[in-house]
Design a protein around this ligand. Structure first.
Ligand code: URA
Length: 244
């Protein structure tokens, strides 16, 4: 049986510990239809129906979300130098749950960052061994041609390593700049920028739109986040051969 204290469950749903205690005291929390007044009570996560102001709370063990990372923000939950991080956009109570990003985007790169409290899931999503595709949209200098796509497919040789074969799809090719989509399953430092740079096309903007088949929700503006749907969670556990 999975059990959890009521105040912790409320924290998992976005309240601070202090707010959780106040909500319970005010009689706004019900367990199986009855108002409860003890924030320390143990909740059976498999069977209890816990509601706040009549709306059911999420009782799953882990928390998983996607955020549309803005440019200029670190993919981290804290920064000793006080720079903005993706955690600044989340309820503070999520941090106590030790939620962390699945891999990293450079500070100037925008788009999809998955965050989860499940370390094993995060590990498999970023490990090259599990070969999960990440799809980036890149604006680059110069005109991309099919020969660039061929070189990407062959595996670009960088100074310190040879990249696994990757897919380059040209979306727009102009004389001065081009737009493309790059699919990789590795995640080395600055990898996409370095690959396109090695082809002679420095990246001027980079955006991640997909990880392991999960697409960035187009309704999320920069800095907005949402929890993953049940279908998205099931998909991630399925492709990583894990169980929640
Ligand atoms: N490749 C990069 O160059 N930067 C990122 O942030 C992600 C992939």
């Amino acid at each position: 049986m999975r059990k959890m204290r009521l105040d912790r469950l409320l924290s998992r749903n976005g309240s601070s510990r202090k707010e959780a205690a106040a909500l319970v005291k005010a009689g706004r929390v019900t367990v199986d239809g009855r108002a409860v007044h003890d924030a320390s009570m143990q909740i059976d996560l498999d069977s209890a129906r816990v509601c706040l102001d009549g709306a059911p709370l999420r009782t799953s063990k882990h928390l998983h979300l996607m955020i549309n990372k803005p440019a200029g923000v670190l993919t981290a939950t804290q920064d000793p130098r006080g720079r903005a991080t993706v955690a600044d956009y989340l309820p503070r109570s999520f941090l106590a749950l030790e939620i962390g990003p699945v891999g990293r985007l450079d500070r100037d790169v925008t788009g999809l960052v998955l965050m989860t409290t499940d370390g094993q899931l995060a590990h498999r999503l970023i490990s090259p061994r599990w070969e999960q595709d990440k799809i980036y949209v890149a604006r680059v200098e110069g005109r991309l041609t099919e020969s660039d796509a061929v070189r990407m497919a062959e595996g670009i040789e960088l100074k310190d390593f040879t990249c696994a074969p990757a897919k380059l799809e040209i979306l727009e090719a102009g004389e001065d700049e081009s737009l493309c989509e790059v699919t990789v399953h590795e995640g080395k430092y600055h990898q996409v920028k370095r690959m396109l740079g090695a082809l002679g096309h420095p990246v001027t903007a980079l955006h991640r739109r997909s990880i392991a088949g999960i697409e960035l929700d187009s309704a999320l503006e920069a800095g907005q986040w949402r929890e993953l749907t049940e279908a998205e969670k099931a998909h991630l556990y399925n492709v990583t051969d894990l169980e929640e």
